[in-house]
Design a protein around this ligand. Sequence first.
Ligand code: NZQ
Ligand code: ZN
Length: 384
Amino acid sequence: MENFAFYNPVKILFGKGQIANIGAEIPSDAKILITYGGGSIKSNGVYEQVKAALAGRNFLEFGGIEANPHLETLLKAVDLIRAEGIDFLLAVGGGSVVDGTKFIAAAVPFDGDPWDICAKQAPVKAAIPFGAVLTLPATGSEMNTASVVTKWETQEKLFFASPLVFPKFSVLDPETTYSLPIRQVSNGIVDAYVHVMEQYLTYPANAPLQDRMAESILKTLIEEGPKVLADLHNYEARANVMWCATMALNGLIGVGVPQDWATHMIGHELTALHGIDHAQTLAIVLPNTLTVRRDRKRLKLLQYADRVWGLVDGTEDSRIDQAIAKTREFFESVGVPTHLSDYGVGLDVIPKIIDRFEKRGFVALGENQDVTPKVVEKILVLCA
Ligand code: NZQ
Ligand code: ZN
């Protein structure tokens, strides 16, 4: 196992009715800004619950944060916060609202052009404290330090991470997810699954506990995801998927082990250039990352085939083939198509992505730093 430091201070309030308890988590004299997205919270009752929990408190609202939050929108919130002297943020929504709020939190005290936080990885030295009410289990943003922001003007989708943007608390009430469109339920299952794969499906690092935790999350998603889709008001299945998504990317399973993330880096470009949902990009790319890099990932692919899919018969190569095929089938079975053509995108996207990676110096991705633009091209060709 590699050396590691692990720190995660996020207080999780999990379960039905927990929104009612947020008042106690926010300083009583705080001037609060509630941030939210395109309006789902106003039609599913979440907004009313938040307002009731903050009755008598000093708060303003900022809505309109897009899916794949736009820098341009987030900067308007930064102006509002500076003008109003806001000192606590409450993100209410999916990963985009939480990510956008992290960026806002870091941008308010930032000296200079806030886009540098993502584009130049400029160090974040301060951030406004914030909490989250999560309504879409997928990203893990509710319990991690990462944020992904899109600069609309240039169609660039870039991330930053800082321990200063850990939420102070996150509410995970599975009932808030009942109103999700099926497409977002499907996306959430796939995003969480691929987060585990990015941290698990690399090479052995003598970390059997992390491996087994990762495999547990994958198997739980395989069991519980379809239950949610079969019965959208199945509270227990919703709760299990929600906790899987948080555990998939709160840092725990990634300690002391190599991590890949090439699939995510390629996926972000497909979202930036073609607006394909984040999880959809992962469903397209991951099976082909596994195919192209099967030699470097061989031992873990065999372990995954055995422990997650129960594939123990046949040659090693056929077990690997089947495990990759099972992965693709799982994504398709929960409703996420796995080919670029399913989204009306052609292979002419490849040179654009390669050009962007070369310009940004993304030339050595993956757990072995051997995912060069040539390898990215091979992966994308298979995505057709
Ligand atoms: O905007 P509203 O009206 O709220 O609607 C949203 C949005 O249209 C809707 N929605 C959310 N909760 C709902 C709901 N509709 C009905 N009922 C509810 N309870 O769902 C749509 C998608 O929401 P979004 O927040 O964009 O989805 P998701 O949570 O999948 O977040 C995706 C973003 O997170 C980033 C992605 O790149 C993408 O920008 N990621 C963040 C990560 C992180 N911070 O660690 C890691 C991930 O790999 C990912 O990159
Ligand atoms: Zn993701």
